[in-house]
Design a protein around this ligand. Structure first.
Ligand code: NAI
Ligand code: MG
Length: 332
């Protein structure tokens, strides 16, 4: 794949343009601050109240010195409308507050392709539709920008009505520092499917269950919960840091030969071919829209199952002991 850097992007494509960041949450705040620091005219679209209470994101954006508008006003005022709301709200908010302001030649932007790919947003033919996505949590993104660098990013063009969609996407990526680290160009489908696959099978789903089973097996066998926590959760970060810095062989070179031997003989028995087979099924459910359909349905039902599962997890012993340990060891 072609990796794009600062030289491949030009901020001049944002000259005279106003960017409306819709949603001043994790990504919205980080991206808006970076854009403004790079000299891009940036306004915020937010909702003054959420669930009957004042929305803290509105107040935060104002405190950070941005002009904050209601979402429809921001969409009307801007040339580039960058939606950074939680994905499950994009469709409804777009239809109610943004769609009527997407006049000819404007740009619709997002940082995750879910709603475009699964048809929750149906943009008109006469606008540009692009994606500019950090491959990083928002906190790291802002930190890297302030350190004079950036996190890696993805850009994609779904619709190029003006002929300038790619230049706009690259300019946004540059303004947020992504082209300093490197930007990959992809399709909306590639970003959406890979992102969902990664988070469901390895990063969140997968990893979390591996830690929970490890913790349960040790504690059910009578081993102290505190020790089990360090063994299967705390140390995981240290191992992943090594893999991140040196690769898997590099990590293996640092751990003991006993640990490396255990990895080779036992790892494939725990995570075996049947896991790979189910990963393939998961990828298929992502590609054919089954997963999306279920998630959209769940969010329409007020995320009842999500909330129940969130509560159940909070009561799991790995969480209970973990909180205690993290409070006791200030720096762990
Ligand atoms: P978030 O959960 O921080 O929410 C953003 C804002 O949306 C909130 O501050 C709130 O003011 C507003 N909001 C919440 N519920 C709403 C509702 N019902 N109606 C109207 N407004 C509402 O969102 P986050 O995590 O920053 O995600 C934004 C986008 O960025 C998503 O498309 C996500 O996939 C993408 N993304 C997020 C990453 C992350 O690190 N969180 C990483 C890469 C992409
Ligand atoms: Mg992701």
């Amino acid at each position: 794949m072609n990796i794009l850097h600062d030289k491949d992007a030009d901020l001049k494509h944002l000259d005279g343009k106003t960017v409306a960041i819709i949603g001043y949450g994790s990504q919205g705040s980080a991206q808006a601050l970076c854009l403004r620091d790079s000299g891009v005219q940036t306004i915020i679209g937010e909702t003054p109240e959420l669930g009957g209470k004042p929305n803290p994101s509105w107040a935060l954006a104002a405190e950070h010195g941005f002009t904050v508008y209601e979402i429809d006003k921001a969409a009307a005022a801007a040339d580039i409308i960058h939606i950074l709301l939680p994905d499950e709200h994009h469709g409804r908010v777009y239809r109610e507050k943004i769609e009527q302001h997407m006049s000819e030649g404007k740009t619709l932007c997002c940082s995750h392709g879910f709603n475009i790919v699964y048809g929750q947003i149906l943009p008109p033919e006469n606008i540009d539709v692009i994606m500019v996505a950090p491959k990083s949590p928002a906190t790291e993104e802002r930190k890297a920008y302030l350190a004079g660098f950036g996190v890696p990013g993805l850009v994609a063009v779904r619709r190029d009505f003006t002929g300038g969609a790619r230049s706009t996407a690259m300019a946004l990526a540059k303004a947020m520092g992504f082209t300093k680290a490197g930007v990959l160009e992809c399709t909306f489908e590639q970003e959406t499917y890979e992102d969902l696959f990664g988070e469901q099978n390895v990063l969140c789903g997968g990893m979390v269950d591996l830690m929970k089973y490890g913790f349960e097996v040790l504690t059910e066998a009578g081993y102290p919960a505190e020790m089990a926590y360090f063994e299967v959760l705390h140390e995981l970060k240290l191992i992943v840091d090594l893999v991140y810095e040196r690769g898997i062989s590099g990590m293996n070179a640092v751990i003991s030969n006993t640990a490396e031997w255990g990895e080779y003989v036992n790892g494939p028995r725990i995570i075996d071919q049947s896991v790979k087979q189910r990963m393939k099924e998961s990828l298929k459910a992502i590609e054919d829209g089954c997963f999306a359909e279920r998630w959209i349905e769940e969010s329409k039902n007020g995320c009842r199952e999500l909330l129940a599962r969130r509560r159940a997890l909070a009561g799991h012993p790995i969480e209970v002991v973990g909180e205690k340990i993290r409070n006791m060891f200030e720096h762990v």
